[in-house]
Design a protein around this ligand. Structure first.
Ligand code: SF4
Length: 374
């Protein structure tokens, strides 16, 4: 009879790819639970409008639902669709975001809206892969939008979901290592249901937010408790594993592309440290510092897509902004502005591209100029 008797599903072995039997039982349990016990009345639910889903996903990053609710409503009233947001002044977007924190999200939101209008005719791309190409939309956010709005069968893996799956699978590999995180993505994909991706995705979010809490998971109320390897061994708080020793430094700057009469102002970096001696853009420690310095400058500012440059010891997030001084601005006024930085001078664009530039700056210049020319 061996091989004929149907065995009860066993907990998933650590690091093993989730088997289809367990995957199916996991998703069945989660979907059933979400439909009866999950959240259904949040203002960004019950819609397939990607603008609304995207806005909520960005606002909910590192922010509680209760905090987001008021901002979400005000934002929608002021910018009811992606075209309205793209057409807005960045100051207006930041003002409306004020108090929500993590302002790079607001700048990226604005840059993303503009990219959708400029590159996609005002329509959100319908695949997670294309969504993930847009400013500020990471893999998990792209997957959530694609699953909720377009029914794509694709895995999410935000911080809460990492915790749920790491516990379920007793996934004890260090998630500080990118290779291990990729392995968890593989597991998350293997667990996807054949049908019901919306309820499944929402169920994972709801479970992470309301039951499988970081410090005190409510395992007795958990629909997947019979499958959970961490619960079976009472080792819930051991997961997810993320070492501190591997924690990398973080740095964040506003990066100023100052333009005047078809030229760009570059500064030569110090002879030691990151990008030593290369020509680069002036940096500001914060948007407040940038705003203070530029408060009386003439001209127009244009936010460009933020990005994180990965160095060996450091993740450096840069928020480029292009400030174009009017051509009529006199030499003395311009000299007063640029006097702020030593070791700087104006470059023709062609000359700048010939100079020693950090790779991200070269890429920024070439892609922005190519986009403008197309
Ligand atoms: Fe999280 Fe407990 Fe459910 Fe396991 S049983 S997924 S630890 S809440």
């Amino acid at each position: 009879m061996r091989g004929v008797v149907r065995r009860k599903a066993e907990p998933v072995a650590p690091h093993g790819v989730a088997g289809t039997a367990v995957g199916a039982e996991f998703s069945d349990r989660l979907i059933t639970w979400q439909r009866s016990h999950g959240r259904h009345a949040l203002p960004w639910q019950n819609t397939r409008d990607p603008y609304r889903v995207w806005l909520s996903e960005i606002m909910l990053q590192q922010t509680q639902v209760a905090t987001v609710l008021g901002y979400y409503e005000r934002f929608l009233q002021r910018f009811p669709d992606v075209a309205a947001l793209a057409a807005a002044a960045q100051d207006d977007v930041l003002a409306l975001w004020s108090g929500l924190g993590y302002y790079s999200r607001a700048r990226n939101l604005h840059a993303c809206a503009r990219a959708i209008v400029e590159r996609h005719g005002g329509e959100f791309p319908r695949s997670s892969a294309a969504l993930a190409e847009l400013p500020g939309i990471g893999r998990s956010t792209a997957a959530a939008i694609a699953a909720f709005c377009f029914g794509e069968r694709v895995a999410i893996l935000d911080g809460n979901v990492k915790r749920v799956l790491a516990r379920l699978l007793a996934f004890d590999a260090d998630l500080a290592r990118p290779g291990n995180e990729r392995a968890l993505w593989t597991q998350a994909t293997a667990l996807l249901p054949e049908r019901g991706i919306e309820a499944y995705t929402q169920g994972l979010m709801d479970l992470g937010a309301t039951v499988c809490l970081a410090r005190d998971p409510s395992c007795l109320l958990c629909p997947v408790q019979p499958l959970c390897r961490a619960a079976a061994t009472q080792s819930q708080t051991r997961y997810p594993v993320k070492s501190r020793t591997l924690k990398r430094g973080q740095r964040e700057h506003v990066w100023l592309w100052l333009a005047w009469r078809e030229r760009i102002w570059l500064v030569q970096r110090p002879d030691t440290g990151v990008w030593a001696g290369l020509w680069s853009l002036p940096e500001f420690d914060s948007i407040d510092a940038f705003d203070a310095a530029s408060a009386r400058w003439p001209g127009d500012v244009q936010p460009l897509a933020s990005f994180t440059h990965v160095l060996t010891h450091l993740d450096w997030t840069l928020h480029p902004v292009r400030w174009t001084l009017p051509a009529r601005t006199g030499d003395a006024r311009v000299a007063a502005i640029t006097a702020h930085w030593g070791r700087g001078r104006w470059f023709e664009i062609g000359e700048a591209l010939e100079a020693g530039l950090p790779a991200p700056l070269r890429k920024l210049l070439t892609t922005t100029l190519a986009t403008a020319a197309s």
